[in-house]
Design a protein around this ligand. Structure first.
Ligand code: FES
Length: 364
């Protein structure tokens, strides 16, 4: 008899829980959002041909130029890639860095990258130079292509220093497909310019297709003259230091014709506005959680800390695209140079971009 009150309590609690569940279901079904729309797969890393991590062995390491090492990484069943693609390398410290593929796409079983040692950089290039010797094993992700070679009736390629790495496979492809091209390759000195011999060999019979400008001998390249002489509908591909990209972007509007500029940017995203960042909230629709993003933290870090610790990311600087997510509601303050207008219409890079004066709902 002494157990009856306990049984009664349990029965009452179960009935109350059942009623609460039914009431909740009625409220959900009365919502204007019901039935919930079927969502496509999340867009994180959209455009990746293959996101799987794999471990590759450094099969060959060559001093390509002053301060530049070339690495040939071997592995099995490596995904194909196209000119402009890059690999994410997970370095021994855990840092992730992007390096353009510069070998032959058709070469099976290996990828080739090259890295210049940046003395005052963030440390990634130093790790590559100090740790990735022949026989070392390194984790890579990708390849991914954020700098694809678009179809065009003609190409003008402008490369500065290590910026030759994504350009080189593009030049080879243009040559293979018979599309007219011209390459201007600039660097501090000939000794510091990687792949110089191969570039000069590419000139082949048409020697004026390649212009090598070593600044210690020749001064700065005459970019205005190069662009003025380009076919009017050429695609201009530029990769190199920021001053080179800025100079080309500034010159382009002064050139008549329909030149289109494509650049690759491995540099920090736009800084915070003068008044600083504002805090906001992010609703994660799939997860059913809402995350607070303080003024001094990115949405990526807040979401990883408060809800999804395994959410993928890489550069945290708005240039690799790994953290791209679909926006279901809210206005975005885009702080990257990577996404196209079409991509910005429904997604953002959560490592740098924020809400503009409200909250966001993400497909996460
Ligand atoms: S983590 Fe690279 S763009 Fe966001």
């Amino acid at each position: 008899m002494a157990r009856i009150p306990g049984i009664r309590t349990a029965v009452v609690a179960a009935a109350a829980a059942l009623l609460a569940r039914r009431a909740l279901r009625r409220r959900v079904q009365a919502s204007p959002l019901w039935p919930l729309p079927a969502l496509d797969p999340p867009v994180s890393g959209r455009g990746r041909a293959d996101t799987g991590a794999r471990r590759l062995r450094v099969a060959e390491r060559t001093e390509e130029a002053e301060g530049v090492v070339r690495l040939r990484l071997e592995g099995e069943d490596l995904p194909d890639w196209e000119p402009g693609a890059h690999l994410d390398l997970v370095l021994p410290s855990g840092a992730v860095r992007q390096y353009s593929l510069c070998g032959e796409p058709a070469e099976p079983g290996s990828y080739t990258i090259a890295t210049r040692l940046i003395e005052d950089g963030r440390g990634g290039s130093r790790e590559v130079h100090e740790h990735l010797h022949e026989g070392a094993v390194v984790e890579v992700r990708g390849p991914r292509n954020r700098f694809p070679l678009r179809d065009s009736p003609a190409y003008v390629f402008l490369a500065g220093g290590i910026g030759i790495t994504p350009i080189l496979p593009m030049v080879r492809q243009a040559e293979r497909t018979g599309v007219p091209w011209r390459l201007v390759y600039a660097g501090r000195s000939r000794a510091s310019m990687p792949f110089l011999a191969e570039v000069e060999k590419l000139a082949g019979a048409g020697a004026d297709r390649v212009t090598v400008v070593a600044e210690d001998e020749d001064g700065r390249p005459d970019l205005a003259a190069v662009l003025a002489a380009a076919p009017p509908d050429a695609a201009v591909y530029c990769c190199g230091p920021e001053p080179l990209r800025d100079a080309v972007a500034a010159l382009l509007p002064t050139v008549t014709g329909g030149l289109t500029l494509y650049t690759e940017r491995f540099a920090p995203a736009a800084p915070a506005p003068a008044g600083g960042n504002a805090p906001f909230e992010v609703e994660l629709r799939r997860t059913g959680r809402t995350v607070s993003v303080p003024a001094d933290t990115s949405a990526l870090r807040a979401i990883r800390a408060q809800a999804l610790p395994d959410l993928p990311y890489s550069c945290e600087r708005g240039f690799c695209g790994t953290c791209q997510q679909r926006v279901l509601a809210g206005e975005v303050d885009h702080r990257d140079d990577l996404l196209t207008d079409a991509e910005r219409a429904d997604s953002l890079l959560i490592c740098v971009s924020r809400a503009r004066g409200g909250n966001l709902v993400l497909d996460l």
